[in-house]
Design a protein around this ligand. Structure first.
Ligand code: FES
Ligand code: FE2
Length: 384
């Protein structure tokens, strides 16, 4: 379902080997990092300049603005924005800031409207951001408000997602950001046909990179999730395709044993393997048989030790019967409970450690491939 036969065969061969030999993908070396990277406000400032203001964020799924005149008002890293779909089907991303005196223009989360009117003094804008009119425009001075359009952000729709660069003067090129390998993988998933079933924003008292580290970590499952998730999986076992700054991986479920006497690739894998994706710098996607967890993590620009986690469930169908809703609700409960009860306390403890003096370095093992890819990408963006 998610893969072409070629990729499925390649992944199955790799994962079958790991299960037979009790191995996992490894890199040649370990990676040492300073624990203070999670607590240093000057580094957070540099991240805003070099990463969040420059690199395309995989900000939302296309179905969140499914039809013409649909809009979403959301928080990106440092900016409140509006994302709209126009009548011609294209999307726009704009700062949610009225050009009169700066009030928040759209105050509800989402809806369907061709234009927006500011509640403060009645200025209105078309959903492409064009200034339309002001309250008592004649007395205000029509010349002064002409051309005061909403500030546009670079935006691109690709592979079923809306990608945004937070800087109005920035440039966007999602294909080159993804590189050939990850662009191809996302093209194969074809997630433009999926639908956003549910969307929530969580806030946690830990740096955004700690949260990212947890979402892509296959090494901790047996320990931190020993009673919840771990019983279904082979521990410490990941088959990984690296695509530059991004990655695609599989964690075999115990039940993969049922298909290992068949030629690799002859059986669809999604019931037997959980696949994950790191889309650097701040998104991850976990592919379940009937839904996808799509995560994006942002800084809290006011507090280096706080982050915002956007979680969306994507499903192949827009409509669900009662049983379908039940299954999705149960899944949501299990996933968020594991995060909130297990991952978050561990992450918060890392944050507390990072805020202590004299703690020295931390280290990522040869088996922590996805975490090493994330931190390498992070370093490259910061230095680039
Ligand atoms: S601030 Fe929006 S109309 Fe005045
Ligand atoms: Fe976890």
């Amino acid at each position: 379902m998610y893969f072409t036969e070629e990729r499925r065969t390649r992944l199955a061969e790799k994962l079958f080997d790991h299960v037979r030999n009790t191995t996992t993908d490894q890199l040649n070396g370990t990676l040492e990092l300073d624990l203070s990277i999670y607590a240093d406000p000057s580094l957070a400032e540099k991240e805003r300049e070099k990463i969040f203001q420059r690199v395309p964020m995989m900000a939302l799924h296309s179905s969140q603005v499914a039809e013409p005149n649909c809009y979403v008002a959301m928080r990106l890293n440092s900016s409140n924005i509006i994302v709209t779909r126009l009548r011609d089907g294209t999307v726009r991303a704009m700062l949610n800031v009225c050009r009169h005196r700066g009030a928040t223009l759209v105050t509800d989360e989402c809806g369907k409207r061709p234009a927006f009117t500011c509640s403060y003094h009645g200025w209105s804008y078309a959903n492409d951001g064009a200034f339309k009119g002001a309250g008592f425009e004649e007395t205000f001075g029509p010349e002064a408000c002409k051309g005061r359009h909403l500030v546009q952000l670079p935006v691109e729709e690709r592979h079923g997602f809306i990608w945004i660069v937070e800087n109005p003067d920035g440039e966007i090129d999602v294909t080159s950001h993804l590189g050939e390998g990850m662009d191809q993988a996302l093209a194969e998933y074809d997630l433009g046909r999926y639908h956003c079933y549910k969307s929530t924003v969580f806030e946690f008292p830990q740096n955004w990179k700690i949260m990212m580290d947890g979402l892509i970590d296959g090494y901790h499952v047996q320990f931190l999730h020993g009673k919840t998730i771990s019983p279904y999986f082979y521990p410490n076992m990941m088959g990984i395709e690296r695509h530059g700054h991004h990655a695609l991986w599989g964690n075999p479920r115990k039940r993969i044993a049922e298909i290992m006497d068949q030629p690799p690739g002859s059986v669809e894998l999604q019931r037997y393997v959980i696949f994950g994706n790191l889309i650097s710098p701040n998104s991850a996607m976990v592919m379940h048989p009937h839904h996808i967890e799509y995560w994006t993590v942002y800084q809290d620009p006011k507090d280096v030790g706080n982050c915002f986690l956007h979680l969306r469930y994507l499903t192949p169908h827009a409509e669900h019967d009662e049983r379908g809703h039940e299954i999705l609700a149960k899944n949501w409960e299990i996933a968020t409970a594991a995060i909130i009860n297990e991952d978050v306390p561990a992450g918060n403890s890392i944050q507390a450690s990072a805020e202590m003096p004299n703690t020295g370095s931390i280290i990522l093992g040869r088996n922590e491939v996805t975490n090493q890819i994330f931190h390498t990408a992070y370093r490259d963006y910061l230095e680039g």
